[in-house]
Design a protein around this ligand. Structure first.
Ligand code: NAD
Length: 281
């Protein structure tokens, strides 16, 4: 069994980005909207800000109270859409229940949509056109490529079908000519599906969802889940100790997909900044 090390690869990508930023004399700008006081969201935003600092990006976080109005968030997005120093806009999800999240995501200028959540970019991904791709599944594709794992013709089973993880993951795999199956909460007999996976990608949010008897010998596992145990440990969705014995490759949690997500956010923001700089010439 070999670990797919997202920590090392993400550091390498970050260093390359920092180098490119210096060479191009660009200062990519990222704006983040953070609503409320969810500690996990605040921690993610903090990690993203630190990564921006390391890479030489400008970043600004708009912190808003839990009871913020739809109009106030929309006005901030409109301002950032017009701000030439901002190349990427990120809305930290989830937003509180009084907010229409779809409307918020649709208001972000697609050319600054570095999370790839705008329907314009979702459509481009689905049709195999260039655009902004959600950072977590994009990071998974980079990690697979780094270890020379070609998904073409492989049975890829994606467990979890959210708009930010499972669906774009499946679209990327399909675009790379994998045979893709998507499972979710209503899938009957999950094990029947996971057992024939050459590559199993799991992003659900349930500790130990994938057990040893649910995978075949030699499987490649990408564990996208991030869960905290009662004693405060970070774990994925896969029973790592037992399942890893059967794997050819597996991502650890932490240190697998998580750091790749942040590296891809930098990569998408640099891409937006480069497109923007070209348009200004
Ligand atoms: P979500 O709640 O939006 O979606 C969960 C998906 O899992 C749904 O499609 C649901 O149908 C499916 N599901 C739930 N229970 C299931 C079960 N018992 N069997 C099969 N499918 C089931 O969550 P999300 O935002 O997509 O996040 C999923 C996980 O990925 C979470 O643990 C989250 O923390 C993690 N995540 C990690 C990163 C990263 O950078 N590594 C980024 C985003 C999300």
């Amino acid at each position: 069994m070999q670990l797919l090390d997202g920590k090392i690869l993400s550091q390498k990508i970050e260093q390359n980005i920092a180098h490119e930023v210096k060479q191009l004399k660009l200062v990519p700008g990222l704006a983040v909207i953070l609503v409320g006081h969810d500690p996990a969201s605040a921690a993610y935003v903090n990690m993203k800000k630190k990564a921006c600092d390391r890479a030489g990006f400008y970043s600004v976080t708009h912190e808003m109270p839990e009871d913020i109005s739809q109009d106030a968030i929309e006005n901030t997005i409109i301002m950032m859409n017009q701000n030439p120093n901002i190349n990427g806009i990120l809305i930290q999800l989830p937003l509180p229940s009084q907010i229409d999240t779809t409307k918020i995501l649709e208001l972000v200028d697609p050319s600054k949509d570095v999370d790839g959540f705008h329907p314009y970019n979702v459509g481009r991904l689905t049709t195999g056109l260039d655009g902004f791709v959600p950072c977590t599944p994009l990071g998974v594709m980079h990690l697979l490529a780094e270890y020379d794992i070609d998904v073409k013709g492989k049975n890829c089973v994606v467990v979890g079908a959210s708009n930010i993880v499972g669906k774009p993951m499946a679209a990327l795999l399909l675009n790379a000519n994998a045979t893709v199956e998507i499972c979710h909460i209503f899938t009957d007999d999950l094990k029947k599906h996971t057992l024939h996976a050459d590559i199993l990608l799991v992003g659900v949010g349930v500790i130990n969802l994938i057990k040893e008897d649910m995978v075949k010998e030699g499987v490649i596992i990408i564990d996208i889940g991030i869960n905290r145990t009662l004693d405060g440990k970070l774990v994925g969705d896969v029973d790592f100790d037992n399942v890893s014995k059967k794997c050819s490759y597996i991502t650890p949690v932490p240190g697998g997909v998580g750091p790749m997500t942040i590296a891809m956010l930098l990569s998408n923001t640099l891409k937006a900044a480069k497109i923007n700089a070209k348009e200004r010439i």
